[in-house]
Write a new protein. Structure first.
Length: 680
């Protein structure tokens, strides 16, 4: 097969290689799908060229690239309106054009409505797959071309192409309609009224035209709008703010309330988190997220899930031209598809038209509930029904993602009901459980820097600033910050989920309830968190897998939990893993479900050396792993034996928690608008 060299003359803005549907099947370990944010424009561009609709192409924001090819090449430019020229001569968008060898294809700034522009090339842009996809995840620094945005002088190879067979233009009626005032179809759930939001909150949500905030990107589109009243005072063990919940899986397109700030989660967004999501954009409308630009307004239109599925089934080339209001009116069930009574109650929540979030028991931290979710996970994974795309466990939940055209939600619900009837008792759970001993630089300088940035650029008056560890002490009724230190280093943290934010980041809780320090999450969230910072949010500890946003209260920093030396498909091209049993070729993440993390203290300088060794493939990075197992029955015996002491600790902790909440209420913390959260 012939190949053509494509040279980047000018990279444009944030230009990356993407493919569709992106990196599927790794949501449970915090790897987002990535792929084109406006998948509709991207896929139509490939269709116009006769390519498979998911073939790799280029995505830019605000301004496109200038490219040359060393052989005649057909391209198609789609997405937002932009001036497209070949050697200075204007050419149209939405239809294939031939770029002669040596000529310059120049895609200028976007004009009018829309934000992102796409350049698809006949044939296949040859970049190495990472975890099964060519899509670029810039925050994770993998996929696409060197894991990042294109730069001047980059050369990429294109296989095949330069033939007229199969090429065609996209008719006007099939092109996405771009605007500055958007109506976006959503389904109710997973977390609506009256459990989390008031009825008035939901009415306000549908009646409001939210404005797109300038601080938006591929991880999520931040919105400006009214603050909810909320249906509860706080999130209990999950955190002080009423938006806080025990961590569960997210859907792309979920409207995630991080505190009082609504964010539409994008294709580079987190897979797991502890915030409520009242509505979710339907799959066929998620392309619109890619064209939202600062200052645009959005109205959320509730639709019936069955109508949303029908909209998707209409086909790639027809759905963009249909008005959202054709099926206005939600399901009227508050996002709850069904409930099941029994020894362990089950709630089935809608998360878009392509996910069901299965929740167990009451809203509390209970390892028996995590055991139940694990049993369901294993059983569905073993059945592997056609149309199943992903299974992502949370603290007391399992999100089941499907292709509804292959596995309709009604069929999935029947399967889930059958499986639930046959699950073993949670008390029978015995699972492999490794002890993973890791270094921790307490109150690391990088976390102090992150707090300072937050105070300077996001919010200066937050109750957890200027020192998160002091805030943790106060919220838990401890006598000194030394007690916080002693508690963290005495604990064994069991990993209940991976991908809490990104890239194998664990959400873990101490096995001994006397070590469970409870905090709340930042409101609004940080815009920057150091890679491998360690924090506590609610009753959970997280190790951040990479740099990015975050909301947990910092206690320090550790070594890597994700190793870029492995693609998950091929063996490392470097010097190999740090040691057997840590990073493996098929899994670049360090930790596994039900691992038990313990800490030992190191100085910041020592941690930097250990991190450098891990990055270079030298030594074991200071991580020691010992095999073992965990029995829920044995754990229950421990809890019973220590019941009195545990209850004494919880009483002191609850009093401190209530005192902090009262202080927040007196200070007007719960009634502050977003504008007051900005730094002076």
């Amino acid at each position: 097969m012939s190949t053509t060299k494509m040279t980047v003359v000018r990279p444009g803005m944030l230009t990356t290689v993407q493919d569709w549907p992106g990196r599927v099947g790794y949501w449970k370990v915090g790897v987002p799908p990535s792929g084109p944010m406006d998948d509709l424009s991207f896929r139509l561009g490939n269709v116009a060229l006769g390519n498979p609709e998911g073939a790799p192409g280029l995505e830019s924001a605000m301004a496109g690239p200038a490219l040359t090819f060393d052989a005649d090449t057909y391209v198609c430019v789609t997405g937002a309106d932009a001036r497209v020229r070949i050697d200075g001569t204007d050419v149209p968008q939405w239809r294939p054009v031939l770029v002669p060898a040596g000529a310059v294809l120049d895609v200028g700034p976007t004009t009018g409505a829309g934000l992102r522009v796409y350049v698809t090339v006949q044939g296949r842009i040859e970049v190495e797959d990472y975890l099964g996809s060519a899509a670029t995840f810039t925050l994770g620094k993998f996929g696409g071309h060197r894991g990042g945005t294109l730069a001047e002088g980059d050369v990429l190879e294109v296989a095949g192409g330069a033939g007229r067979d199969g090429i065609r233009s996209i008719p006007m009626e099939h092109r996405p309609v771009l605007t500055t005032t958007w109506d976006i179809a959503v389904t109710e759930g997973p977390h609506g009224a009256p459990e989390f939001f008031t009825r008035a909150d939901m009415d306000t949500l549908y009646a409001t035209r939210y404005e797109v905030h300038f601080n938006s990107d591929r991880t999520g589109v931040r919105l400006i709008g009214p603050q909810p009243e909320w249906a509860r005072e706080d999130g209990g063990e999950a955190g002080l703010h009423p938006s806080n919940i025990h961590d569960n899986a997210y859907s792309v397109g979920a409207l995630d309330f991080t505190g009082d700030t609504p964010i539409l989660l994008g294709p580079d967004g987190p897979s797991l988190g502890g915030f409520v999501c009242p509505v979710t954009v339907v799959a066929a409308e998620r392309w619109k997220l890619g064209q939202l630009k600062p200052g645009d307004t959005i109205r959320f239109v509730p639709v019936k899930a069955a109508h949303a599925a029908a909209l998707g089934a209409l086909g790639l080339e027809r759905r963009a031209s249909l008005p959202v209001v054709f099926s206005a009116g939600g399901d009227g069930d508050d996002g709850v598809i069904a409930r099941r009574d029994g020894e362990t109650a089950v709630t089935y929540r809608r998360s878009g038209d392509d996910n069901v979030l299965v929740e167990y028991g009451d809203m509390k931290l209970d390892l028996a509930l995590r055991a139940r979710a694990h049993a369901l996970h294993q059983r569905i994974e073993a059945i592997a029904p056609k149309g199943l795309l992903d299974l992502t466990p949370g603290i007391r939940s399992l999100q089941v993602k499907v292709d509804p055209d292959v596995l309709p939600i009604t069929t999935l619900m029947g399967l889930l009901d059958d499986v639930e009837s046959d699950l073993p008792a949670a008390s029978e759970l015995v699972v492999p459980s490794r002890t993973v001993r890791m270094p921790l630089s307490w109150d690391d300088p990088s976390t102090r820097e992150a707090i300072a940035r937050y105070m300077h650029g996001v919010r200066s008056d937050a109750p957890w600033c200027p020192w998160n560890i002091e805030f943790i002490r106060r919220m838990n009724g401890l006598d000194s910050v030394a007690d916080v230190f002693d508690t963290v280093f005495a604990a064994d943290y069991m990993v209940l989920g991976l991908g809490d934010v990104y890239l194998g980041a664990p959400v873990a809780t101490p096995l001994d309830p006397r070590h469970r320090l409870v905090t709340t999450k930042y409101n609004p969230a940080r815009t920057w968190t150091p890679e491998n910072a360690v924090g506590i949010g609610g009753a959970y500890l997280c190790i951040y897998g990479m740099e990015g946003p975050g909301g947990y209260q910092f206690v320090g920093r550790t070594t890597q939990v994700w190793n870029h030396r492995y693609s998950g498909e091929t063996k490392s091209t470097g010097s190999g893993p740090a040691s057997p049993g840590q990073f493996q070729p098929e899994s670049p993440w360090l930790l596994r479900f039900f691992d038990r993390i313990s800490w030992y203290p190191v100085e910041p300088e020592e941690l930097m050396d250990l991190r450098a060794d891990t990055a270079a493939g030298r030594g074991n990075g200071g991580v020691e792993i010992t095999d073992g197992e965990f029995s829920l029955a044995e754990h229950d015996k421990f809890l019973a034996a220590e019941h009195e002491s545990i209850e004494q600790f919880r009483t002191i902790q609850a009093a401190a928690f209530d005192a902090e909440r009262a202080a927040w209420s007196a200070a007007g913390e719960f009634s502050k608008k977003e504008g007051s959260h900005a730094a002076a």
